[in-house]
Design a binder for this molecule. Sequence first.
Ligand code: ZN
Length: 433
Amino acid sequence: MPLTSRLVSEIDARRDDLIALTQDLIRIPTLNPPGNCYRDICEYLDARLSASGFACEMKRAVGTPGDSEKYPRWNIVARREGATPGECVHFNSHTDVVAVGEGWTVDPFGAELKDGRIYGRGACDMKGGLAASIIAAEAFIAACPDFAGAIEISGTADEETGGYGGVAWLAEQGHFSPERVQHVIIPEPLHKDRICLGHRGVWWAEIETHGRIAHGSMPFLGDSAIRHMGAVLDEMERWLYPLLAGKRTEMPVIPEGARQSTMNINSIHGGEPEPEPDFTGFPAACVADRCRIVIDRRFLIEEDLSEVKAEIATLMERVKADRPGFTYEIRDLWQVTPTMTERDAPVVQSVARAIGKVLNRDAGYVVSPGTYDQKHIDRIGRLKNCIAYGPGVLDLAHQPDEWIGVDDMADSAKVMALTLSELLAGLRTLSLS
Ligand SMILES: [Zn+2]
């Protein structure tokens, strides 16, 4: 039997296993924050992958944000060596899920199977993708036990809160160095026929306007920081937002609305603090001496971070020019540079060919509007040959009644298995029919 058909039938034969594995993973409530059950899910993966011939290492990211004795940040890296040396293909999935939220009609950790869908928090983001990659690797190993190179599967903490106790930490330990790993696939839910090449950049900053406190009945004796901030917001509407809307990118960002520079004003606080919910009195009459906003600016591969920061500096100086005595501060909170893997990178080409064979259609190429763990693999690991590819509908992530389709998982497991057969060197000489 030709190799492609063999891999497809190996995965079809594992359909019940794929369902049970996904259900088991969903039933471990790895909520983050606070970072629940990381050890449990790593132990589960350890047992599963050890039985499939992987050497497993469990590693706690001691001292990273959120790590404590109560909520330790456990990660697992599993490696299966082939029969001869060669390249390594690494599948990285985050094990954490976000809060359940309101509006569920099923048990969020019940993993109910109904009409070909498995329901639960994390079903699509991204335990379905993790399960698909495990089934793909196991099917590939069964079909080609003498492969060259190595397969790695990692389950990592904290992606939903920045990845510092997960992929960033593993990258700092050298786990994603190009000498060790040559190809990375992150099975985030981008849909089974699309390859996600990277993401836009991020700059978070806090802007504070200063004023002077005085009695609210004589505001002319003080200086209102809130009125200053009003002028800043006005200038954003008048000048900055039209400027951002005019900056278009060549990156194939989805959805279409994100194919430009964007900025969200994340929060605004000024003047008297919000009263406690049980406080029944009135506020004191004061002029606000401080007002702060947090901005969340998403930028394009065509933009430079220094230019993005300079826009805000220019805006603040324009406001200042019109307002005598006005002072302000800008504080950086965090930043991530945009990343986009080239379309001719080996992992992109192999996955694209596998999509063509399994699904009989051309692969779509997309870029994510927000960041994910690829940022750490690129920046700390210095590995460029990295994509996100996995089953599921992105819009369902973080929603009530999140689900993953069993057919979609099986199809993307086939794409992953064919990708393995192409990338793991000893097999490139075999005919892939
Ligand atoms: Zn995710």
